[in-house]
Design a protein around this ligand. Structure first.
Ligand SMILES: *[C@@H]1O[C@H](CO)[C@@H](O)[C@H](O)[C@H]1NC(C)=O
Length: 278
């Protein structure tokens, strides 16, 4: 968009100025990171809250690489005068991503938003790692069930994405985890109505518009009180358990791999754009 074109030019200029003895690859990476940060700053200018900036999906299985990338993003924000308190580093919920988040939170006080989260075990591992926020994808779970099973329609009471988030919310509240649950990727307002009471929700303008016109009185479904009564047992998210349980879950395995491939493809096309400008 024309309105944001100057952000690209600014990011390129920045990378050129800092070129020094950097390789071309390093310059491209710096320009790309700078671009993320300039967009993040633009958003922070109009909202009071936090903004998420994503670590390159190609680092999804590289703990140290993810940490280094997160630290450099936070440093770039600092140069722009933005404190780490206003930033969430978004990482894929692979075992390595979760361990990177654990270190970022505990050693560096950097807040993380765990994405591509489709499964209960991933959520438990995130809570044990002490991450600030998880963003489980309701709609992508729904998509998978519509595509891969005979049942093609769901409501708030049987939607598998809604069910997944409810279970995670109940587990977190029952066992006193501080990690916030911010359900995301909604396909319809039924899914939203099925999760009233969740800590946070990411809702698109289109669905917010539908809700604004909707006069149904919706009850709160998720509460700490009912979570405490839920029949969930405490589990320990060891590496071997988390990996095994993920592998048992065809939907979560498919969706995690697919999500990483898509984000990696996005990263490559952005890199190409940046490389041409450089
Ligand atoms: C966290 O990431 C999800 C995508 O996984 C996004 O929808 C959500 O808005 C992010 N949350 C915050 C507070 O930035």
């Amino acid at each position: 968009m024309e309105a944001y074109k100057h952000l690209i030019d600014d990011a390129i200029a920045y990378a050129k100025e800092k070129a020094g003895d950097k390789t071309r690859e390093e310059q491209i990476a710096l320009a790309t990171d700078k671009l993320f940060v300039l967009f993040g700053k633009e958003i922070l200018n109009i909202i009071p809250g936090r903004v998420s900036t994503e670590v390159d999906a190609r680092l999804s299985f590289d703990k140290e690489g993810s940490i280094a990338k997160a630290l450099s993003l936070i440093e770039l924000y600092k140069e722009e005068g933005i404190a780490k308190e206003r930033i969430l580093i978004k990482l894929a919920s692979t075992w390595e991503g979760i361990q990177a988040a654990k270190e970022l939170e505990s050693k560096h006080g950097i807040h993380c938003n765990m994405t591509l989260l489709f499964n209960f075990e991933q959520a438990v591992a995130c809570a044990e790692a002490g991450v600030t926020l998880i963003s489980p994808f309701v709609g992508r779970i729904f998509d998978w069930y519509c595509k891969n099973t005979d049942k093609k329609s769901y409501d708030r009471h049987d939607d598998p994405g809604v069910f997944s988030v409810k279970r995670i919310f109940n587990y977190y509240k029952k066992f006193g985890y501080k990690t916030q649950v911010m359900a995301a990727s909604f396909r319809n307002t039924e899914e939203i109505k099925g999760l009233i009471g969740c800590d946070l929700l990411t809702i698109s303008p289109g669905l917010l518009g539908e809700l604004a016109k909707d006069l149904e009185a919706v009850p709160v479904v998720l509460t700490e009180e009912s979570a405490k009564k839920s029949a969930l047992d405490k589990i320990e998210a060891t590496e071997s358990r988390t990996r095994f349980e993920m592998n048992e879950d065809t939907m979560a395995t498919d969706k995690l791999s697919d999500g990483i491939r898509r984000f990696a493809a996005d990263a490559r096309s952005l890199e190409k754009l940046v490389a041409e400008k450089l």
